[in-house]
Design a protein around this ligand. Structure first.
Ligand code: ATP
Ligand code: CU1
Length: 723
């Protein structure tokens, strides 16, 4: 197979919708032809969406279209970076594609003709009488011309594919006088292809079904204040939309009036209603339970969180998972090997042993049918897509089949504390003046003035304190992992943690003892230092999420070592870890320490996952085999950068993800075993002369159906938490 050329410099991209591309054999054919064209680079196939993405450097896409047409692929242009106006050509064909009734009727008639031919041959005892041949030809003409045509194209392009093998088998059967059998085989094969196309549609619908959750219409306020029903896709950002009780939210937005509770299951997978009030974000597709409310639209329909989830799942399934790559490589060797074997079977026994020519030729034809790896090749993508779709429904967005396959191998998981194990919304619990003479009010005002300038959760907690108005701060600077500093009224102040105080050389045994008392209660301590003197101590406490403890226990059951990595001090880390059931907690971690910790976990345990907010742990997240982000429904970056994004803040979704990964793995192994097992059985039967052609086709069809339905089983859901 020609490798895709590496194109240097800028490339253009065109996306085609190819209705006829529903079997991996078509992919192979296209890959072989387009791969040889000058100026064509990477090709990306998405069989389930029937999409082909071509990177190229051609002045126009016409030659690509011509090549595809010559292969009888009937491409429709979905997008073309050279010609933006081409876009409308085929946007929703994938969704609208159905097998036309005409084809089913033709196939039914073909089946009757084939059956008739079989019956006449059987009752008359003559397989080569005129009526038998006429009926068989009728069956082939009605049901098999498509296959024969594709077979001919494959032959012209020297591509050994399923259609070619089938055509050869049918022609071979006719040549040796097995007319009824030739007709039955081709009808069965066509039927199998149609059923396979249908089942792929089901896999695709698993994804499209996600999108269908957002309503098409929105009630929008016009300039005159009246409400009109408008198609959601036409509603612009900042429009004002009303949502009635029981309705689904049509677009992403922020509530401006009214309060309600919303079932966010379509986004987060969690059906417990969430209370919403003005200022809260709501998502397209979620269900408004009680109140009626008004929202200001924050994203057009195509950019809504739900759309982005769907796009992300579609992209994810376009990338090949490791098993799929293996299966594809295997198929490349398998087909030629079986074909070579068929040739030997047809030629050797008659030549060497003077055996009868006919029975061996027949066996060879059966082998050709068995050579079709369709079931094998289709089994993996169907399983992966089903798994990705099931996860998305459960509020877990997996960015590629790779991660779905890898999840079950996780042996260690590093968690960040603030916002991951805890809510990340600390509140001030204690304020303590360290200099007895000083005025605490004034010190607190200074602390608030500095804290107001920072977005760090600890600073935000302090800034939220009641106090006199914030003072002017100059030379403000944030000190990562430590705190902040700035000048107020000409004097330099530091506001930061224990580490900062040490680095400034301001700690004392007395202060140490005071700090420890708070830290051991799981509180985070912050000190305000004037010049060279710590003067005010502020302790803040964060609440552990109730789901964290359960998640940690489940992870441990799954054999995953859980580690807490936090920038907070070691005592606080220990205290919070104890509340959560984590026995390995590491505090005082700067971003670089977190990275090193993840690396060390990798060598000690194997595959490592990391959950973080991506601010102070971006390097560690990138280094982990799987980087998780939480609460992705609200933040764009988390949705985009994580390998696996949890749409809400429930850590229990990680054990769910691992279980889904194990289940997907089991289904993959089953599918490969079934596909290869059936082939092996029929290989033996064929050589023993005990399999007929139609049995081989039937077995092939059966195997395809079994693996597809087995794969689709995954859509039904994420394995439950109990047990
Ligand atoms: N802007 C700031 N204002 C106040 N304190 C800060 C600030 N930045 C850092 N700190 C102090 O430094 C510590 C470490 O901060 P860092 O941002 O590295 O981790 P974190 O967000 O607290 O915890 P985690 O690593 O679990 O997310 C904080 O616990 C806090 O005490
Ligand atoms: Cu100290």
């Amino acid at each position: 197979m020609p490798a895709a050329q590496r194109l240097a410099g800028d490339t253009e991209e065109a996306v085609f919708f190819i209705q006829k591309m529903d079997c991996p054999t078509e992919e192979k054919l296209i890959r072989e032809r387009l791969g040889q064209m000058n100026g064509v680079g990477a090709l990306e196939f998405n069989l389930i969406q029937r999409e082909l993405t071509v990177q190229h450097q051609l002045p126009s896409i016409a030659p690509i279209v011509d090549t595809l047409k010559a292969l009888d692929m009937l491409p429709a242009v979905k997008s073309d970076s050279l010609d933006a106006s081409a876009q409308a050509d085929a946007i929703d064909q994938a969704a609208a594609y159905r097998i036309p009734a005409r084809r089913w009727i033709l196939l039914g008639l073909a089946g009757l003709a084939a059956l008739g031919s079989e019956i006449v041959a059987w009752t008359s005892g003559d397989e080569r009488s005129l009526p038998v041949i006429a009926l068989a030809l009728l069956g082939i003409a009605l049901g098999g011309l498509g296959t024969l045509k594709k077979g001919w194209i494959a032959l012209r392009n020297f591509s050994l594919n399923m259609n070619f093998l089938m055509s050869l088998a049918v022609i071979g059967a006719a040549v040796i006088g097995q007319w009824p059998e030739a007709a039955v085989v081709i009808v069965l094969f066509t039927l199998a292809e149609m059923i396979e196309a249908l089942s792929l549609d089901r896999a695709r619908n698993a994804i499209a079904g996600l999108m269908a959750m957002a309503p098409d219409l929105a009630t929008v306020r016009g300039a005159d204040g009246s409400w009109t029903s408008t198609p959601a896709r036409e509603v612009a950002v900042d429009a004002i939309v009303r949502v009635a009780p029981g309705e689904r939210v049509p677009l992403d937005g922020v509530i401006t009036e009214g309060a309600t509770s919303i079932n966010q299951a379509p986004i987060t997978g969690e059906s417990i209603p969430v209370a919403k009030q003005p200022g809260d974000a709501v998502f397209a597709g979620t269900i408004n339970e009680h109140g009626s409310f008004v929202l200001r639209v924050t994203a057009a329909q195509g950019d809504s969180t739900l759309s982005r989830i769907v796009k992300s799942v579609q992209q994810a399934q376009g990338q090949r998972a490791p098993t799929q790559r293996f299966v594809d490589r295997f198929a490349q060797v398998y087909i030629p090997a079986v074909v070579a074997m068929a040739v030997l079977v047809a030629v050797l026994p008659p030549l060497l042993m003077g055996a009868d020519f006919h029975p061996w030729l027949y066996k060879a034809l059966v082998l050709l049918v068995i050579a079709c790896p369709c079931a094998l090749v289709i089994s993996t993508p169907v399983t992966i897509v089903s798994g990705l779709a099931a996860a998305a429904r459960h509020g877990i967005l997996i960015k590629g089949g790779v991660y779905l396959e890898q999840g079950r191998k996780l042996r260690a998981l590093a968690l960040d504390k603030t916002g991951t194990i805890t809510f990340g919304k600390p509140v001030v619990t204690d304020v303590l003046s360290l200099a007895p003479s000083a005025n605490q009010e004034v010190l607190l005002q200074l602390a608030i003035s500095l804290a107001t300038r920072s977005d760090h959760p600890v600073s935000r907690a302090i800034a939220a304190q009641e106090g006199a108005a914030a003072l002017e701060v100059s030379d403000f600077e944030a000190l990562a992992g430590r705190g902040v500093r700035g000048r107020i009224g000409g004097e330099l102040y530091h506001l930061g943690n224990h580490r900062l105080v040490h680095e400034l050389g301001m700690c004392s045994p007395e202060l140490e003892a005071r700090l420890q008392a708070f830290e051991k209660q799981g509180k985070t301590t912050t000190l305000l230092c004037r010049g060279a003197q710590p003067e005010l101590l502020v302790a803040v406490a964060d609440t552990v999420r109730p789901t964290s403890r359960e998640a940690v226990a489940e992870l441990r059951q799954l054999g995953v070592h859980v580690v807490m990595l936090t920038g907070d001090n070691a005592h606080t880390a220990q205290a919070i870890a104890a509340q959560t059931g984590i026995d390995d907690a590491r505090g005082d971690q700067l971003p670089d320490d977190k990275l090193k910790a993840v690396e060390a976990l990798g060598t000690q345990y194997g595959e490592v996952g990391m959950v973080g907010d991506g601010i102070n742990d971006a390097p560690a997240l990138a280094r982990a085999q799987i980087g998780f982000a939480m609460g992705a429904a609200g933040t764009d970056t988390a949705l985009e950068t994580a390998d696996v994004a949890l749409m809400d803040d429930d850590l229990r979704k990680i054990p769910d993800f691992i279980r889904l990964s194990s289940k997907a793995h089991r289904v993959l192994v089953q599918n490969i075993t079934i596909a290869l097992g059936i082939k092996a059985v029929f290989l033996a039967l064929a050589l023993a002369g005990m399999s007929s052609l139609w049995m081989a086709v039937f077995a092939d069809m059966g195997a395809s159906l079994i693996v597809v339905f087995n794969g689709l089983r995954l859509v039904r859901g994420v394995p439950s938490r109990v047990g």
